[in-house]
Every structure is written in structure tokens, then in C-alpha cells.
Design a protein around this ligand. Structure first.
Ligand code: 6PG
Length: 463
């Protein structure tokens, strides 16, 4: 019997997705390369380990794997982003026929996906870039899936992706066609950028409470109390992490404070800079991860520059408001970056649909994301929506107070601070950028626009 779909790459995500596909009743062929001494008999061992795979076929020979699939062939590739994908495509393309479909479910760069779509199109082969969020658990029980590329090719694999995707509050799959080219991987990349900020904000709240003497259990109780109206996957797992003990010791206290990153946060920062959007929080969260790697230098400097320690107690109610305020800024910046990309690349992204498929399955799923489905139906710019304006007004003063007290105490809270600074910038009608223009004209004769002169003519002064 020919299999309906094939999966290449049986790492954490590939295995979970394969099991998810099999559990939904699809016949699946499994492939993992043979690497002597490193990856041997991976597909066969995997097949034998899970009863739902008993009707699957296992291969480490690519030709036999491709031959085992019904036509048009549909293959999900779950391997590392970058050159590994190009190497695989060079091996598998000669084995494929017109109208066969490759789905790249890795965290590939959207510009590489655009190139791959074009390259395979010349051979009549379809390439779909699908951002997949939710980690190992999500891949097995229901991820959020952001596919893009050729719409007619997508329609041929839609049933598979929608079957395995998480379901939203109305039972609809958290999978929707995003748009052309690599727009799906772009959306996933921005998801990851927002994820960095959400994680950093929780880390800063944890830090403030810790510095004020709260134990991990007490911080877990505070975070748990926030879940009533600020619930999210990341808040929920942070409560679990804070409560996790091994041998009577908090696991969290044993973890070295150096935050790793696989690259999507860097790509997001570069992409938003290229778009010219002032999405200031994603770079702030990324660069804070870089700073965390200066561990020995931080220890050395901490001896020369003792921090004053906290001055005035920061109330948990105010901290909660600051956290909620900063999350609004993160979501504004993320969605406005998507809106800018949609215009710039002519992707015609549906922001409300993207919010919907981010309400389950993905890492940044949250109650707030559910509110955004309706808000983004009316308004791409969430700061202009009355409901959001009310949320901001209710939390602004507390945020200022938390940031001010933290700065006086020399706490490092880059994203909480940047959130309120960004807000102050975006609501300042007359800024100080005129002095920058004057300076540029003074030393570089770059010229400047004059207030009240709509002509767009550049003026220059002999300073
Ligand atoms: C997801 C996650 C995932 C991410 C890893 C590591 O949506 O499931 O975002 O795709 O790549 O969690 O990310 P970093 O190493 O960049 O933190």
C-alpha cells in the first residue's frame, strides 16, 4: 500500500508530528538518514516503539521512501534550518515528479523559503513553508501551523495539517493558509520574536520579586494569581518551573543564568529593522540574552559596582499591571510588524486569522490573544482600539511606578522599561528628532524638512 504522507527527519518535532499524523488515521512513511555511529535504524526503531505506527513504513533509503508514497507525493520535512534543507532538496528533487509537494516544517528563514519555492517551481514541484509552533507537546497533541506558498498546493495538504493542528475555542484548526512566498515562516519568526519578549517579561517579574525576598514558591503563587485575567502558556509553565523541586531543591535555582537562542529572535530583529518598524522590544529581549552570556564579566563587575538593592517595595498588584501593560506593547509591535511586512511584500496577511491560530497550540497562546481576534478584525493598529486604550490607561501609572522603583534599585528590567519608554515615544506628538536633523545638517549637510512646508523639499542651513 502506498502511504498518504511521508515525514523526513525524526528528531523531537518530526517524531511527534509523525505520531500525531498516525493517530489521526493517516498512513505515514517515515524516513531518517543513516549516519554511521550516530543515526542508525532511527525510523525502524521509532516505528517499533509506538503502536500507532504499526502500519507505518520505516526507511533510511531515500529512494525507497519516496517510492512508498502515493502520487502526488506529500512529504513533511522536519530538519534543521539552513544548508541541511538545501542538501536534502538536492538529493530528493531528482526523485520527485510534477505536482509533488514538499512541506518545510522547520524554522527556516522566510527569504530562503521564497528562493526554494521558486527553485522547485521550475521543476513543477511545490514547496510549502510551514511555521510550526508548540514544541514537542504541541507537535504531538496539536501545534499551531502557519503554512505559505502555492495556494493550490496547500489545498492538497490542508487536510493533513488541519487534522493534526490544535483546535481553537470553537473547535476550528489552528492552521490557516497565511499567504504567498515565505510569509508563513515570516509569521512564525515574528511569533518567536514575541515569544522572546513574553519570556523576558516573565523573567523580569520573577527577578523583581526574587530581589524583594520572595521565595520561588511565593513567586509561583503570585504568578498563579495572575492567571485569572492574564493567562498564557508561558505564565502557566513558569508557575510549574518555580514549583519544580528535585531532592528538596528548586530546579530553577540550579540553572545557570545564560539564555540560549537558536536564531529566530535575531532574524526577527533584523527583519523588523529592514522593515523600519519601531518594534523595540524584540531586539531588547534578544540583546538581553546576549548580555546573559557575559556571566563571568557580570560577576567581576558586580564586585566593582555593588547594586543599591531595592529601595521601595514594589507591590505585586502594580507589578501585575506593568506586566500586562508591557504585553500589550509586545503584541502591538508584533502585529504592526506583520502589517508592515504584509504591505511591503504584498502578502495580504489576515492579522485576525493569525491571532486566531495563535490562541492554541503555540508558545504565545494566551487569553489576550483571544481578545485580539476580534480587535484585529476591526483594527490593524491595536493601540487605536478603545478596549486596548482602556487597558493601557488603567495600567500606565503602575508601570511607571514599577520601572522607576526598579531603576532606583538598579534592577535590570530591559523589556518592562522599554515597553513604557516605547509607549511614551509613540504618544509624543512633538519629539526631539528636530535636533537630530539639525545636527545631521550641521555636520553632513543632509538637509531637513521644514514644519508647515508640505512640498517635501529639503532645506539646509549654513550653521
Ligand atoms: C515554538 C518555539 C520553537 C523555538 C524553540 C527554541 O514556537 O515551538 O518558538 O520553534 O525555536 O523553542 O527557540 P530559541 O532557541 O530561539 O529560544
Amino acid at each position: 500500500m502506498k502511504a498518504e504522507i511521508g515525514v523526513i527527519g525524526l528528531g523531537v518535532m518530526g517524531k511527534s508530528l509523525s505520531r500525531n499524523l498516525a493517530q489521526k488515521g493517516f498512513s505515514v512513511s517515515l524516513f531518517n538518514r543513516h549516519l554511521k555511529g550516530k543515526e542508525e535504524s532511527v525510523a525502524l526503531d521509532f516505528k517499533q516503539a509506538f503502536p500507532e505506527l504499526k502500519n507505518s513504513q520505516a526507511f533510511d533509503n531515500l529512494q525507497a521512501f519516496v517510492a512508498s508514497l502515493e502520487s502526488p507525493k506529500k512529504i513533511m520535512v522536519m530538519i534543521a534550518a539552513g544548508t541541511a534543507m538545501d542538501e536534502l532538496l538536492s538529493q530528493i528533487t531528482p526523485l520527485l515528479s510534477v505536482d509533488d509537494i514538499i512541506v518545510d516544517g522547520g524554522n527556516s528563514h522566510f527569504e530562503e523559503t521564497k528562493k526554494r519555492i521558486k527553485l522547485l517551481q521550475e521543476k513543477g514541484i511545490h514547496f510549502i513553508g510551514a511555521g510550526i509552533s508548540g514544541g514537542e507537546y504541541g507537535a504531538l497533541h496539536g501545534p499551531s501551523i502557519m503554512p505559505s506558498g502555492n495556494a493550490s498546493a496547500y489545498s492538497k495538504i490542508e487536510k493533513f495539517l488541519k487534522a493534526i493542528a490544535a483546535k481553537d475555542a470553537h473547535g476550528e484548526p489552528c492552521c490557516s493558509y497565511i499567504g504567498s512566498e515565505g510569509s508563513g515562516h515570516f509569521v512564525k519568526m515574528i511569533h518567536n520574536g514575541m515569544e522572546y519578549v513574553e519570556m523576558q517579561l516573565l523573567a523580569e517579574c520573577y527577578f523583581i520579586l526574587n530581589q524583594q525576598g520572595a521565595t520561588n514558591f511565593e513567586i509561583a503563587e503570585v504568578f498563579e494569581s495572575w492567571r485569572k485575567d492574564l493567562d498564557s502558556y508561558l505564565l502557566e509553565i513558569s508557575v510549574d518551573i518555580l514549583r519544580k523541586q528535585e531532592g528538596g531543591t528548586s530546579v530553577l535555582d540550579t540553572i545557570l543564568d545564560q539564555a540560549d537562542h537558536k536564531g529566530t529572535g535575531k532574524w526577527s530583529s533584523i527583519a523588523i529593522s529592514n522593515l523600519g518598524t519601531p518594534a523595540t522590544l524584540i531586539p531588547a529581549a534578544l540583546l538581553t540574552r546576549y548580555l546573559s552570556f557575559f556571566k563571568s564579566y557580570r560577576i567581576q563587575l558586580s564586585k566593582n559596582y555593588p547594586r543599591p538593592g531595592f529601595s521601595d517595595q514594589i507591590a505585586t498588584a502594580e507589578l501585575k499591571d506593568a506586566y500586562g501593560f508591557a504585553r500589550i506593547m509586545n503584541h502591538y509591535q508584533g502585529f504592526s510588524s506583520l502589517a508592515k511586512a504584509s504591505n511591503q511584500y504584498q502578502w495580504n496577511l489576515n492579522l485576525s486569522t493569525i491571532a486566531r491560530i495563535w490562541t492554541q497550540g503555540c508558545i504565545i497562546k494566551s487569553q489576550f490573544m483571544m481578545r485580539l481576534i476580534d480587535i484585529l478584525r476591526k483594527e490593524n493598529d491595536i493601540l487605536s482600539h478603545p478596549d486596548i486604550q482602556k487597558m493601557i490607561r488603567e495600567r500606565h501609572a503602575a508601570t511607571q511606578s514599577v520601572v522607576a522603583a526598579s531603576i532606583r534599585a538598579a534592577y535590570h528590567i530591559p523589556c518592562l522599561a522599554e515597553a513604557v519608554q516605547f509607549f511614551h515615544g509613540i504618544i509624543t506628538a512633538d519629539s526631539s528628532a528636530n535636533l537630530i536633523q539639525a545636527q545631521r545638517d550641521y555636520f553632513g549637510a543632509h538637509g531637513y524638512l521644514k514644519k508647515g512646508d508640505p512640498s517635501g523639499k529639503k532645506h539646509h542651513t549654513e550653521w
